[in-house]
Ligand binder design. Sequence first.
Ligand SMILES: [Fe+2]
Ligand SMILES: [Fe+2]
Length: 279
Amino acid sequence: MTAVEELLRSAEKLPPLPETAVKLGEVAQDRYATTEEIEAVIKYDQVVTASVLRVANSSFYATARPVGRLREAVLRLGSTMLFRIAMSRALRAIVSTDIRGYGIAAGEFWRHSVATGIGAQTIQQRISGETDATTFTVGLLHDVGKVVMSQHLAERYDELFTHAGLPSMPFFKIEQEEFGFDHAEVGSALAEHWRLPAEIAVAIREHHSPRAETPPLVDIVHVGDVLSLWMGTGIGTRGIQLSASGDALDRCGLSSEELESCACEAFLELKRVEGIFEA
Ligand SMILES: [Fe+2]
Ligand SMILES: [Fe+2]
């Protein structure tokens, strides 16, 4: 058994994947989930429905008249935005944990996860002219391994990441040195435990080490992660040490101007979904 498998086995209470998230993942598998398909899932989940209504009535849509019914909210938001809100809300309990040791508060970690999903989709849209829901899900879950590590290796984690004399290196490298594995491997194993599609587990595992032979989704999520730091989310004590791989940027074919414009666009989108952070 590998060290990561041992950690997951000893972590008695692994968070279950919420039912709504599982169903949303299923409708997203055909890439272009329609508003009707998404609505059919979320109408049974009051908490998700409430978030969708809140965002549809937020100041971003201030010129439109208020909507009170899910059907109207769904039509106003469109399928991409609807999926973002629904999946973010459905996974909130999992990614809103306080990540001890990183100096990242609970709400901030969740915001970083959502911002990475939006950043990745913005990059994908820029490169290929289209985007899909799975990309958002990977962005949302890319750092989920930190939740497990910070909970189950709590003491060493706290001590390690608050230690003033740490060398200036990204946190995943410190994790590798200290534990022999990092949060990307743990998150990927958790995705497998949840029986998520292999492409999601692979993208989570490789998000810090995109290479020519890894799938394009890895490059996209890697750059989305960095964009989300540019947006000022999830910096914590060590986030500042992360930078985008030049090779990944080359493969995406984006100039630095295009990257900056993606960051601005993604930031506006993040503002648009801000209503889900309120409750
Ligand atoms: Fe990470
Ligand atoms: Fe991240």
